[in-house]
Design a binder for this molecule. Structure first.
Ligand code: ARG
Length: 406
């Protein structure tokens, strides 16, 4: 007799496949498996994954395409914020978890389910993101994390369990890495990468190519157009945010742009080594920052830099649905109105740098900046300004030198 319904965040992989059976056996719940498509690469097609869940014993199996919502409501906010955890990681996985949670909660409410389950381990950030997001959206739901509870401590033990219960076992050799990906990029860990002193082997990368290889492409210039802080076109060709991200991954990836090798501080306290590749997103952040340099008034820009870090920390720590994060979103949105214009990027051998930028709202004033005869800056006014600007320091210095004299 079933004791209720559990919505499972399903990926089609071994862990979450075993979860289906394990929840049925140990919690006596009906399982609804749900794949949320945020633009991840698929080993098998989504149809096959959907069928597999039913075959394992799920009462219902769903695939939800949320790519547009992911791009517009999640990736877009991160881009306007230049979101980077510890100034380095463009939040690939941290961005998808809140949306996956939101869809699972909505489904739970629709189907009258009291439980939501995920396949995260007890050591990572993703359990925190799922559980904090779910709690924020519907605090009445109970969350299950079977992988944290079961005694299937090795992949072999899981495979045995799978075989015993007729769960299809991956036929391919075990992949040496743990990967999470979506349209923003890929996160790769485990295997040889666990030694932070070992250089990542080339086979960890799938969407970027080795910038050192002999036949690496020549320099390529790409123009990104922005309107109100968001990219709208590549080389003059207008497209949706989803298409733009996909296309920019294909343009920047072959140049080896957006590879990141990082030792990061997880929320639970462990330092971990992770490799990322996010060619399109890194190119977009580079371009967006360049346009902000041109269009944001100085104090706003300096203040925004601090909030960018705080926003990224909150998102990394699973607080997407929190009052502070929402308040920062409102600030960020109000800064983006005039972040409109074109940025020209140069892509070459792992580098992505801005080489030109224009905006109808540019605050760059040639007459004020130039050192040639067109100069309109009032040099005489600078003299009085220096006197007052340095006044408190001067007073302090006089007092200090008096201390030493006596
Ligand atoms: N460290 C990244 C984060 O916390 C990625 C987590 C998932 N990584 C993975 N390789 N499965 O956002």
């Amino acid at each position: 007799m079933s004791k209720g319904i559990c919505i499972l965040a399903y990926s089609g992989g071994l862990d979450t496949s075993v979860c289906i059976r394990w929840i049925i056996e140990n919690y006596h719940l009906d399982v609804i498996a749900c794949v949320v498509d945020v633009g991840q690469e698929q080993d098998e097609d989504l149809d096959a994954i959907q069928k597999k869940a039913l075959q394992i014993g799920a009462v219902e199996s769903l695939v939800l395409d949320v790519k547009d919502e992911f791009a517009h409501e999640y990736v877009a906010l991160s881009l306007m914020t230049n979101g980077m955890y510890e100034n380095k990681y463009p939040l690939v996985s941290a961005l998808s978890r809140p949306l996956i949670s939101k869809r699972l909660v909505a489904l739970a409410q629709e189907r009258g389910a009291n439980y939501i389950a995920h396949g995260c381990t007890g050591k990572g950030n993703d359990q925190v993101r799922f559980e904090t997001s779910i709690a924020a959206l519907d605090p009445s739901l109970t969350i299950l994390g079977p992988v944290r509870e079961w005694d299937l401590t090795s992949r072999e033990a899981e495979m045995d369990y799978a075989e015993k219960h007729g769960i299809p076992v991956p036929t391919t050799k075990k992949k040496p890495y743990s990967v999470d990906d979506n349209m923003v990029g890929r996160a790769i860990e485990c295997g040889v990468l666990e030694d932070p002193n070992t250089a990542p082997p080339e086979d960890v990368y799938t969407i970027t190519q080795d910038p050192k290889r002999a036949d690496a492409p020549d320099e390529e210039l790409v123009t990104i157009s922005f309107e109100g802080g968001l990219p709208t076109a590549i080389n003059g060709e207008k497209m949706s945010l989803v298409d733009l991200l996909v296309k920019l991954n294909l343009i920047a990836g072959p140049h080896g742009v957006g590879r990141i090798d990082m030792v990061e501080n997880r929320l639970i306290g462990v330092k971990s080594r992770e490799i990322y590749e996010a060619p399109g997103m890194m190119a977009l952040i580079t371009a967006h920052k360049s346009l902000e340099e041109l269009t944001l008034e100085r104090e706003t820009m300096h203040f925004k830099l601090g909030l960018e870090q705080e926003w990224s920390r909150l998102v990394y720590f699973g607080k997407w649905f929190s009052p502070l994060k929402q308040a920062i979103d409102a600030f960020i949105a109000s800064t983006q109105t005039f972040v409109t214009g074109d940025v020209r990027l140069s892509l070459y051998r792992g580098n992505c740098v801005t080489v030109g930028r224009t905006s109808p709202y540019s605050l760059y004033d040639f007459g004020l900046a130039t050192y040639d005869s067109a100069d309109q800056f009032n040099h005489k006014a600078a003299k009085g300004f220096m006197e007052l600007y340095s006044l408190p320091i001067r007073v302090w210095a006089q007092m200090q030198s008096g201390l030493h004299d006596s």
